[in-house]
Write a protein that binds this ligand. Structure first.
Ligand code: PBG
Ligand code: ZN
Length: 331
């Protein structure tokens, strides 16, 4: 390309010619503070159960959580999102609602072992219902407003047990407004909401459903999660959640939806998170194990692509590994 006036060749390669200049002009950076680690907790003691479909990830009993958190803090990851696998399941997920539920107990343990850890909880019913749907089921339909009342109870109980932030993931209409109002009524005005605002009905959740034992026994989630081809609808969901009082908007999955992340980032003023979901994690793990790709390089490139698309925060099973690399000086 020639400069119109001076007839000088423009050479973008000058700014790529060495590590110092590349670092100086780098537009996007990952930081451990951007990363939120999902943790699975199950009943029992002394359990660190490998999740078969997610190599390197585990289900922990409550007594094993503090050590897992130590490892995260060591590399600078300061926030976790908890998922619970309950003792028993029933039609309304009642094990998720009381203060002795698995997540509530885990919250109290971590709140006392690590007072500064930022504790987020996933608020949904699918891990706790015997049918595996995210709400109360009647004739194959998830009943929205009845589900909201249960989610309100669950969220308040999480807040009572020490959660800093609750993250409703069930894609029920009005879930953010419902949670905000009961949290406020119960004195939890300081507890934040990160809404899974834009959550698609995705096949990328497959490994998670094995990990959390939360597959729908019948049917699928297409009547409440979003249809993957839709884009305008994402704006509608994001704007509704902002209006309902969400503190952070989440887009999920991440990698196949980076266009949506960018669009939402450009539309709302609050922080935007994206969820680098289980299937995205497992694909990288499997391809690396097969010798097809360089795991660390692809992991970092994938995570930075999410930031470049506009995500302020990334929920990722790679949080610990990526933060360790960053600590060692990776760009
Ligand atoms: C529960 C929930 C799911 C995920 C997060 N919260 C599963 C689902 O909606 O089926 C998926 C996370 C992942 O795949 O890593 N509603
Ligand atoms: Zn759910």
């Amino acid at each position: 390309m020639r400069d119109q006036n001076a007839n000088i060749l423009l050479r973008p390669r000058r700014l790529r010619s060495g590590p110092s200049i590349r670092s100086m002009v780098r537009e996007t950076r990952l930081h451990a503070d951007d990363l939120i680690m999902p943790l699975f907790v199950e009943p029992g003691s002394n359990v660190k159960r490998p999740i078969t479909l997610m190599p390197g990830q585990y289900r922990y009993s409550i007594d094993m959580l503090p050590a897992a958190v130590d490892a995260l803090l060591e590399v600078g990851v300061r926030s976790v999102i908890l998922f619970g696998i309950p003792e028993r399941k029933d039609s309304t997920g009642s094990d998720s609602l009381h203060d002795d539920g698995i997540v509530q107990k885990a919250l109290r343990t971590l709140r006392s072992s690590h007072p500064d850890l930022y504790l987020i909880t996933d608020v949904c019913l699918c891990e706790y219902t015997d049918h595996g749907h995210c709400g109360v089921l009647r004739n194959g339909v998830v009943i929205n407003d009845e589900t909201l009342r249960l989610l309100q109870k669950q969220a308040v109980s999480h807040a009572d047990s020490g959660a800093d932030m609750v993250a409703p993931s069930g894609m029920m209409d009005g879930m953010t407004a419902a949670l905000r109002s009961s949290l406020d009524t119960e004195g939890h005005t300081g507890v934040s909401i990160m809404s899974y605002s834009v959550k698609y009905a995705s096949a990328y959740y497959g490994p998670f459903r094995e990990a959390a034992d939360s597959s729908p026994q019948q049917g699928n989630r297409r009547a409440y999660q979003m249809d993957p081809p839709n884009r305008r609808e994402a704006l509608r969901e994001a704007r509704l959640d902002v209006a309902e009082g969400a503190d952070i908007i989440m887009v999920k999955p991440a990698l196949a939806y980076l266009d949506i992340v960018r669009m939402v980032r450009d539309d709302v003023a609050c922080p935007v998170a994206c969820y680098n979901v289980s299937g995205e994690y497992s694909m990288i793990k499997a391809a690396a194990a097969a010798g097809m790709i360089d795991e660390q390089a692809v992991m970092m490139e994938t995570l930075v692509s999410m930031k470049r698309a506009g995500a302020d925060l990334i929920l990722t099973y790679f949080a610990e590994d990526a933060a360790r690399l960053l600590k060692q000086g990776a760009p």
